[in-house]
Design a protein around this ligand. Sequence first.
Ligand code: ATP
Length: 256
Amino acid sequence: MCVTNKVISTPYIDVNMDIPESHPRYISLKTRQKLVEGVEKGITSKAGLIAHGRGEALDYMIGEETIEPALKAERAAVRAILDADDPVISVNGNVAALVPGEIVALSNILKAKLEVNLFHRTDERIDRIIKWLKEHGAEEILGDEPDAEIPGLDHARALCASEGIYTADVVLVPLEDGDRAQALSKMGKTVITIDLNPLSRTSRTADITIVDNIVRAVPMMIELEPLDSAFDNDENLADVLEHMSKRLLLQAGELS
Ligand code: ATP
């Protein structure tokens, strides 16, 4: 009898798997692969994998493409960051794993500071993310010496840099937790988020919510012209929900 201790993985979590570009879920599988690698490198938390799963489910309903309301929100975000006095882009473990080079490029183009800001904070993970972003071209990154606290949050979740998120007037906080988004908003900041869930507390709290996958949104924002007309976040979220509902009804119609 042949005994083997080889672990049989599902194709979804085998990071060494060579995914053929012809695979219908190529982009989605590649994205998962990046996150699993992020966990292996100690950049992404395991909980980050679960958050990604929630995002994926919603992306499926959206149609896995950048829809019109998302495009408008992306342009509004570019406008708000360009017009800010002191904009900061917050980077967590999922953002670092999925779009490291792109988020650095966006911060350079929009002249926004980068700050590593983790929900499951450890000094080691902060240092690894900073190193990783530097390997992707970042020069200065805040977050390793937090000297301020966001009011209303417990100590670990509140930590931030006084010359970064604490004093920023505009913050881009992609894939953020609702409590922190609310606390930042209470501080009077303009909060921008990228969140595939139009119903999350973060999406509802932010001034500008980009309901798009971060792997599409950030490269898009690098290219986009800033929005020159008014932007209403509630209206935009309603447009996203309408898009999703119509899509689902269409699918239901095809089945009946
Ligand atoms: P909230 O606290 O805001 O109500 P939540 O508890 O779901 O929401 P988290 O799990 O901390 O918050 O945040 C993760 C959010 O990021 C989720 O809303 C998820 O849909 C979204 N998300 C996950 N992966 C992506 C991605 N690749 N692109 C955009 N959004 C994503």
